[in-house]
Ligand binder design. Structure first.
Ligand SMILES: C[S@@+](CC[C@H](N)C(=O)[O-])C[C@H]1O[C@@H](n2cnc3c(N)ncnc32)[C@H](O)[C@@H]1O
Length: 355
């Protein structure tokens, strides 16, 4: 059996992911909106966010759940991510959120961190009222050549990702109390997607190799660590756990990137057939920042694992690689026609009740 307790995935920290994840923020808010007061009754409520990153989207989502808890309740919130996550940044986010007068309520709130892969149990049996996970379950680090357990090229990816989600659901089954809920959302296969930016990502890696920021091998080996499940793959997973999890909500939503909408509105107002330069500049900046936030560390890992034998000099620092990546990606997007295609993702939203 594959044990994936040693997952080391992480978003770019230091506040960078928080500042560059506006698409994921919309999804997290919608997920938080699926909580009803009936889901969190009792004097003591426990909420867990699996794959919370630096926390800004997480706290927006969790705040909605807290508002549904009884006024006199005590709410424990467990923030989970891999051990490689930036927990200092998460701590700053939580501190700010708890001090924010807008978030003040009569409930007593206790944040806790759980730095372990969610493919293993991270909290005690039957302790969770509501578990959340947004924008994480499409993340398949074994698709990355830098991963310690890279999937072989002839692997049945569909079967592997089915095994992943079943491992996630079966582990959560131990943690969530009977009658408790899981609220999940992740990007899926759909017409609305991020693919129009992919050619610029590949070109940006070639540019980084050209400037010897990363090796040619790293640039050519890199793969995006995502799998966008089809509705059939999701149905198969739900079918496999049907005696354990009851499906309360299951719907799909196209979520356009807010910066795409912003760009589009400025463009629609202009009489010209070419976009407003300032609006395009802002759009490219937002999208290069968004991609750097999610895959910047994966590029760094790939560069570390695939160093050319000829590259005897000092390796570039992770910070230098990420900064250059954002810069090059911005330039490549600026020089491309990606802005002509709607950008965003289709997401599945699932509310499951433990039977
Ligand atoms: C794109 S971020 C989403 C963060 C946040 N949920 C949001 O919606 O903005 C995906 C997060 O999932 C985390 N993640 C991926 N695999 C994980 C695993 N096996 N265990 C725990 N966290 C994981 C990553 O480290 C990352 O922080």
């Amino acid at each position: 059996m594959v044990v994936r307790s040693n997952e080391r995935t992480s978003m770019v920290g230091g506040g960078y992911y928080n500042q560059n994840s506006s698409l994921q923020a919309l999804v997290a808010e919608e997920c938080g909106g699926l909580v009803s007061p009936a889901d969190c009754q009792g004097k003591s409520v426990t909420l867990v966010d699996y794959g919370c990153s630096e926390g800004s989207n997480s706290v927006r989502m969790i705040q909605k759940a807290i508002n549904s808890c009884p006024e006199d309740s005590t709410v424990t919130i467990v923030f989970n991510d891999t051990p490689a996550n930036d927990y200092n940044s998460l701590s700053d986010t939580l501190d700010r959120s708890l001090r924010d007068t807008e978030n003040k309520s009569s409930r007593r709130v206790f944040p806790v961190m759980a730095p372990q892969s969610y493919y293993q149990q991270v909290v005690a049996d039957e302790s969770v009222d509501i578990g959340f996970s947004t924008a994480s379950l499409h993340w398949i680090s074994r698709l990355q050549p830098a991963s310690g357990d890279l999937l072989p090229s002839d692997a049945d990816v569909s079967a592997e990702v089915l095994a992943d989600i079943l491992r996630f659901l079966r582990t959560r089954y131990h943690e969530v109390r009977t009658g408790g809920h899981l609220l999940l959302s992740f990007p899926v296969d759909g017409e609305l997607n991020l693919k129009c930016a992919y050619p610029s990502i590949i070109q940006c890696l070639t540019d980084l190799a050209g400037e010897r920021i990363i090796s040619q091998t790293a640039a050519s080996k890199f793969k995006l660590p995502f799998h966008f499940r089809t509705p059939e793959e999701i149905a198969q997973a739900l079918h496999a756990v049907q005696g354990k999890w009851q499906v309360v909500e299951h719907f799909y939503r196209d979520v356009p990137h807010p910066d795409f909408l912003q760009f589009q509105s400025s463009f629609a107002e202009s009489a010209s057939s070419s976009p407003n330069a300032a609006a395009l500049e802002d759009y490219c900046k937002a999208i290069s920042g968004g991609f750097t936030a999610i895959i910047g560390n994966t590029v760094v890992d790939t560069a570390r694992v695939f160093r050319d034998a000829s590259s005897s000099g000092k390796a570039n620092s992770p910070e230098a690689i990420r900064t250059k990546m954002a810069e090059k990606l911005h330039q490549r997007l600026r020089g491309s026609n990606f802005w002509k295609t709607p950008l965003g993702n289709k997401y599945v939203f699932l509310k499951l009740r433990k039977i």
